[in-house]
Design a protein around this ligand. Structure first.
Ligand code: SF4
Ligand code: SF4
Length: 193
């Protein structure tokens, strides 16, 4: 008996006190993904990369709102969202206690505004993504004049930008690039009756 007590004392605790004490998890443990909504620019990279379709992004165009939604029930804790996020807005936490009494608590939701095109006023991009892009341009040390020009371009939808950049028909006609003598040859001659 004395020998047994001596062995037990020597060995110490071989079990953990969880759930009465927090459980220490391993380094790089992949637990519940958590979103820092203020850092999220609604770019949608995480939704495209998520192999389990656990992240869904939906646009409510009349309300000009983009909704980001994560379903913890679908998540497989692969960490792809964390890898692709450009602003480190989503990270896998150390949290593993995921039981809930209300199914709705399995969802994490964030909302952001959608910006409209400067020219046609159609909604086309999340406002935060716009601000983020302009912020990045500022960091490049661009001159104020250039920055203002880029800002206007960034705030214009791709369709309006395409129209702005399109050459008019006269410029793209082949004859415009030919020397005058050759171009006159290519012009149809009047028929003599
Ligand atoms: S950890 Fe993987 S499955 Fe879970 S939300 Fe991120 S990308 Fe999707
Ligand atoms: S990748 Fe990051 S910034 Fe982009 S929508 Fe996902 S969480 Fe937000």
């Amino acid at each position: 008996m004395f020998k047994l007590i001596k062995t037990v004392l020597k060995t110490g605790d071989q079990t953990v006190k969880y759930p009465f004490a927090p459980l220490e998890v391993a380094k790089d443990f992949r637990g519940k993904p958590e979103l820092i909504a203020s850092q999220c620019i609604s770019c949608g990279a995480c939704a495209r990369a998520c192999p389990a379709n656990a992240i869904v992004i939906e646009n409510d165009i009349p309300a000009l709102v983009r909704q980001w939604e994560l379903s913890i029930a679908r998540c497989i804790y692969c960490g792809r969202c964390e890898e692709v996020c450009p602003t480190r807005a989503i990270r896998l936490s150390e949290s593993f206690e995921l039981a809930v009494t209300n199914k709705r608590d399995l969802y994490e939701v964030a909302k952001s505004d959608i910006a409209c095109c400067l020219q046609c006023e159609k909604p086309f991009v999340p406002q935060k993504l716009l601000d983020y892009t302009i912020g990045l341009l500022k960091q490049t040390g661009m001159k104020a004049e250039q920055l203002e020009h880029s800002r206007e371009q960034i705030k214009t939808c791709p369709e309006c930008r395409r129209k702005d950049n399109m050459l008019d028909a006269a410029n793209v006609a082949c004859s415009a690039f030919l020397p005058k003598s050759e171009s006159s040859l290519s012009e149809p001659k009047e028929e003599v009756l």
